[in-house]
Design a protein around this ligand. Structure first.
Ligand code: NAP
Length: 318
């Protein structure tokens, strides 16, 4: 039987486990040589909990990385309804999963079912990665590291003290704001719902002592303000459907020398990134952030360095 590129050979458990493990390893080697992955009784399971998850690129990213490093692990989509989140999270431990990713709309809802939550997940009030350790469920937020690592790669320490504008105050924006505050960006949060922007600015300055974060309602976004920034980030879903657009002030006033980041991920540039690139800005797309958060999760589950290029390549194959 083949599931999403994986060869399923049935469980190898019980008294004959040692023999079965050897057989499993042989089958795995044969399957890997054919470009597939063998699932045996020793295969470690990782899932992604969300709704919907069928479109997710994460299975392709992680399965490619597991195969590249010859790890006996498999990553599967797990569509979960709102009312089943608790059962699904507790089920990870019950079923012997090594861990999971969590995506929209359950990143906040899973918090209450975890045994421990790390600092970034608590600050962002969102968990995107679960590790099962000795039967305990540990929650992390690797979206923060994803944005941070992508920006450090491109900008190094040059953003310290530089003005930056973040559009959005939802889940993705919370992770971005934390990363930018740690990078020392002099930050302004702009959001359609002003109260959410105000709350995020307060949360960020509390979370990162010494950081500067103020807020503006969307109506306060002017071309002059955009032009005065070194860094511009869209952390809303605007541009995701190819129809909705980021506000014109953000598009029309981008200049060369600015760094423009769009968390929305599409195969190529979003319209906003394409326009910013054409104006000479340095651009970072949502796919790079997706790969970086995946790399941080991979390292939590496996203790191994993530093969970034393999992961990037996998996003281009889907
Ligand atoms: P969310 O929590 O629902 O937040 C949505 C944000 O978009 C809010 O700030 C909302 O403003 C704003 N927004 C939505 N429609 C708008 C409109 N018509 N005009 C102005 N603002 C609007 O969603 P999320 O989890 O933050 O996800 C946002 C995007 O980030 C999605 O496209 C998601 O796929 C992407 N994402 C990417 C990564 C990655 O690794 N690349 C990771 C996480 C998320 P209000 O507060 O006014 O509603």
């Amino acid at each position: 039987m083949t599931v999403a590129g994986a060869v399923v050979t049935g469980p190898a458990a019980g008294a004959a486990a040692a023999t079965a493990n050897v057989r499993g390893r042989r089958r795995r080697r044969r399957a890997l040589s054919r470009g597939g992955t063998t699932i045996t009784g020793t295969t470690q399971l990782i899932g992604i909990i969300g709704r919907p998850v069928a479109h997710s690129l994460s299975p392709a990213i992680h399965n490619a990385a597991f195969a590249a490093l010859g790890l006996d692990m498999i990553y599967v989509p797990l569509p979960v309804r709102d009312q089943d989140v608790g059962a699904a999270v507790r089920g990870l431990a019950a079923l012997g999963f090594r861990g999971a990713n969590v995506t929209i709309p359950h990143k906040g809802a899973v918090l209450q079912y975890l045994d421990r939550v790390d600092g970034d997940a608590a600050l962002a009030e969102a968990v995107n990665t679960i590790v099962v350790e000795g039967g305990e469920l540990l929650g992390y937020n690797t979206d923060v590291a994803g944005v941070y690592d992508a920006l450090v790669d491109v900008c190094g320490e040059s953003l310290r003290g530089a003005p930056g504008l973040l559009l959005g105050a939802g889940g993705a924006a919370r992770a971005v704001a934390l990363a930018l505050a740690r990078l020392g960006v002099d930050l302004t949060v702009v959001n359609r719902t002003a109260a959410a922007a105000e709350r995020l600015a307060a949360l960020t300055t509390t979370a990162v002592p010494g950081s500067a974060c103020r807020w503006l309602p969307l109506t306060g976004l002017s071309a002059a303000r955009v032009a005065a920034q070194r860094l511009l980030v869209n952390a809303t879903s605007l541009g995701m459907d190819g129809v909705s657009k980021v506000p014109a002030a953000l598009t029309d006033s981008v200049t060369a020398g600015q760094v423009v980041v769009d968390v929305v991920y599409t195969r190529g540039d979003t319209d906003w990134l394409a326009q910013a690139r054409a104006r000479g800005a340095t651009v970072i797309g949502g796919l790079e952030m997706l790969v970086r958060q995946a790399a941080a999760a991979f390292e939590l589950w496996t203790g191994r360095s993530a093969p970034l290029d393999v992961m990037r390549h996998a996003t281009r194959q889907e």
